[in-house]
Design a protein around this ligand. Structure first.
Ligand code: AMP
Length: 424
C-alpha cells in the first residue's frame, strides 16, 4: 500500500474549512497592509539558495531536495520563500517601481528534516516581503502585521522575541567576541556546535542541546555591539513597537536559521512551546538583493508555517465549525423521473445551490438512507404524481416535516431554508 511520503501530509476535506479561514484572514491583512500576491516556481537554480541561505546553514548542508533534471541542470525544491521573491524582484525590474515593493506568497516549502509534531518535509508557508526601504517603521509594520494576524485568528498566549544581529560593519567584531567567549567552553558543547564555533558561530546561540543552551545564556549579546547605524535602527524599532502597543521580549539568542539576515530578527512563539513550535519569524535582509546581483536594496520580511497555525488553533479550540453535509439531495422515485431530476439538478446548480443526485437505481427507502448518510438538509422527491402537478415533495431533514412545493416556488423555498442567495 502506498502512503504519503514521510514528513508530508494530505490536507483532508474536514480540515479545509480551517485552512481556507486562515488563508482568507491572511489575504485580508495583506490587502490592508498593501501587499500584492506573487507566485514563484516550486523549484529554482540550486545556487540561488546556496548563495543566500548560506553554505554553512543546516538548510544548505543537510536539508535541500536537490536534483538534476534530464537536461543536466541542477535545481532545488524551494527550502524557503524569500530568495525566490528577491530573484523575481530583480528579474522583473521591480526596482524601477515605486518603493517599497510589498509582495506576499503562499508556497509549499521543502526541507529534509527529521519529521516530528509540527515539523514536516513539505510544509506550507505564508510570507510577506517589503523590498526597497530601510526605514525601521517598515520593520515595525511587518511585525505589526504578523502579530495582528495571529491575534485576528484568535491565538492567545504568544510572545514576540526580538533581536538585532547587526550588519556587515559591526557583526565581525561581535562574532570575534562570541568565538572568544566559546573558546573556554567547547567541552560543554555538542559535536555539531564544536564545528559551528568556527564555521557559523551565530548558530551556537540557538542550538537546542541543553549544554549549548546553558553556554549561550551568558554569551555576549549582539545588540551590545551594534554600529551607530544599526543601534539607531534598533532603538527606533523598539520605540515604534512601543507606540504601536506590541509587547516584545529582547532575546540575544535569537539568530534565525538563515544567513541573509541583517539588523532586525524576530520570532513569534506560543508561550509554552519553549521555542520548538515557532509560529513565524522574519527580519531584515539588507544585503540579499545585492548578493543576487541587484542594486543595493534594503528589505524586511516575515514567514509563518500554516501547519503550525492550524495546530495551534486546534490546541486552543479555535478551528471554525465545519459545514458538512449536502444542502440538497434529489431523489427520483422511478426511472422516468430521473430525467426530470437531472433537469432540476442542473437548474438548481445554475442558481447557485449545492445539490447531489441519488446514485444508481435505488428504491426510495434506499435513496433516503443515502440522503441521511450524506447529512442532506433538504430532500427533493420527484415522482410521477408530483410531476403531473408540476410540483415536488420537499422533505426538511434539518427541522423535520414534508410537503408538496410547486416547481415555480421551489428555489425560493430552498433559498429561505438554506439561506443561499439565488441567482436569477
Ligand atoms: P523559517 O523559514 O525557518 O524562518 O520558518 C518560518 C516558519 O515556517 C516557522 O516559524 C514555522 O512556522 C514554519 N516552519 C519552518 N520549518 C517547518 C517545518 N519543517 N515544518 C512545518 N513548519 C515549518
Amino acid at each position: 500500500m502506498f502512503q504519503a511520503p514521510r514528513g508530508t501530509e494530505d490536507i483532508r476535506p474536514e480540515d479545509q474549512t480551517t485552512w481556507r479561514h486562515i488563508e482568507k484572514t491572511i489575504t485580508s491583512f495583506c490587502r490592508r497592509y498593501c501587499f500584492r500576491r506573487i507566485d514563484t516556481p516550486v523549484f529554482e537554480d540550486t545556487r540561488l539558495f546556496v548563495r543566500t541561505v548560506g553554505e554553512a546553514t543546516d538548510i544548505v548542508q543537510k536539508e535541500m531536495y536537490t536534483f538534476k533534471d534530464r537536461g543536466g541542470s541542477e535545481f532545488t525544491l524551494r527550502p524557503e520563500g524569500t530568495a525566490p521573491v528577491c530573484r523575481a524582484y530583480i528579474e522583473h525590474g521591480m526596482q524601477n517601481l515605486p518603493q517599497p515593493v510589498k509582495l506576499y506568497y503562499f508556497a509549499t516549502i521543502y526541507r529534509y528534516e527529521r519529521p516530528q509534531a509540527g515539523r514536516y518535509r513539505e510544509h506550507h508557508q505564508f510570507g510577506a516581503e517589503a523590498i526597497g526601504d530601510g526605514d525601521p517603521a517598515l520593520d515595525a509594520e511587518v511585525i505589526d502585521m504578523a502579530w495582528g494576524l495571529f491575534k485576528a485568528l484568535g491565538l492567545a498566549k504568544l510572545t514576540l522575541q526580538l533581536n538585532s544581529i547587526g550588519c556587515k560593519q559591526c557583526r565581525p567584531a561581535y562574532l570575534a567576541k562570541l568565538v572568544e567567549y566559546y573558546q573556554s567552553r567547547t567541552s560543554s558543547l555538542c559535536e555539531d556546535c564544536k564545528t559551528r564555533a568556527t564555521r557559523n558561530p551565530l548558530r551556537l546561540l540557538d542550538c537546542k542541546n541543553a549544554g549549548c543552551q546553558a553556554a549561550a545564556e551568558d554569551s555576549p549579546r549582539s545588540f551590545d555591539y551594534l554600529c551607530p547605524e544599526c543601534h539607531e535602527h534598533f532603538e527606533r524599532l523598539k520605540k515604534y513597537l512601543g507606540i504601536m502597543g506590541i509587547p516584545f521580549a529582547l532575546n540575544h539568542r535569537l539568530v534565525r536559521g538563515l544567513d541573509y539576515y541583517t539588523k532586525t530578527v524576530f520570532e513569534i512563539q506560543p508561550e509554552e512551546s519553549g521555542g520548538q513550535a515557532t509560529l513565524g519569524g522574519g527580519g531584515r535582509y539588507d544585503d540579499l538583493i545585492e548578493e543576487l546581483g541587484g542594486r543595493p536594496t534594503p528589505a524586511v520580511g516575515f514567514a509563518t508555517g500554516l501547519e503550525r497555525i492550524v495546530q495551534n488553533m486546534k490546541k486552543q479550540n479555535l478551528a471554525p465549525a465545519r459545514t458538512e453535509g449536502v444542502d440538497i439531495f434529489i431523489a427520483p422515485i422511478g426511472d422516468e423521473d430521473k430525467l426530470a431530476a437531472l433537469k432540476l439538478l442542473a437548474d438548481l446548480r445554475q442558481k447557485g445551490f449545492s445539490v447531489m443526485l441519488a446514485s444508481g437505481e435505488k428504491s426510495l427507502k434506499a435513496q433516503m438512507r443515502q440522503a441521511n448518510a450524506f447529512s442532506a438538509r433538504q430532500v427533493v422527491i420527484i415522482g410521477e404524481e408530483e410531476l403531473k402537478a408540476a410540483s415536488v415533495l420537499l422533505k426538511d431533514m434539518a427541522r423535520g416535516g414534508q410537503g408538496a412545493v410547486s416547481m415555480s416556488e421551489l428555489s425560493s423555498v430552498l433559498s429561505a431554508r438554506l439561506k443561499t442567495e439565488v441567482k436569477s
